[in-house]
Design a protein around this ligand. Sequence first.
Ligand code: ADP
Ligand code: MG
Length: 242
Amino acid sequence: MEMIKIINLHKSYDQLEVIKGIDLEIKSGEVVCIIGPSGSGKSTVLRCINRLETPTSGHIIVDGKDIMAPETDINHVRTEAGMVFQQFNLFPHMTVLDNVTLGPIKVRNMGKTDAEELGHSLLKKVGLADKAKNYPEQLSGGQKQRVAIARSLSLKPKVILFDEPTSALDPELVGEVLEVMKQLAAEGMTMVVVTHEMGFARDVADRVIFIDQGIIQEDNCPEQFFSSPKNKRLQDFLGKVA
Ligand code: ADP
Ligand code: MG
């Protein structure tokens, strides 16, 4: 079944056309990695999927709902498609546990006791059971990003969108975050991951997509994508990053 269907997506910022006609289907449980040069529109695509940006034209259907339809509740769209950012975006004045329970309490009207039970179980899942009472500033970058993942899971999203989740981390902290993402993938979570981690894309993705100049230049299984890229721009790109 399709979890995400993008039809002829266009997005401009004023005069600048960034996305120039993207079609993409992602099945339930699929892990799709998106790679491409800086400024090619990768974040814009993710941000359109959960309506942090409004497409200029086209359609985006998430779990059967057209997120552009006037009757669609944008807040509902955002709970269906969770987002994990490069810069974590945790609330600094709240404990780790409160960061994770805020959504369930505010958005899902869950009681505090149930929310905390859920929060503890999610912190355990990301390996941070002992950090519930800490504040974000007391954590390493890798730990903060794992809290951010637990927070996005707290709303039980249908899909999680990761925008360069390890790009702000010291190299030795990248692995612990990728491990948690790998575990989510194994559990069947639908994931769209913008990343420069080619090893992760190769090992975990079902498909890898190369976006450049506002369009999808290549969309293939990891083996073909990395070993015999067809697109000339992708060949050049892999030559530079490999
Ligand atoms: P990527 O994530 O691939 O680096 P982005 O989607 O962030 O690319 O950006 C694509 C292009 O759109 C860039 O040229 C960027 O400067 C521009 N852009 C992104 N967000 C905005 C915005 N809010 N307003 C104006 N231009 C933007
Ligand atoms: Mg980006």
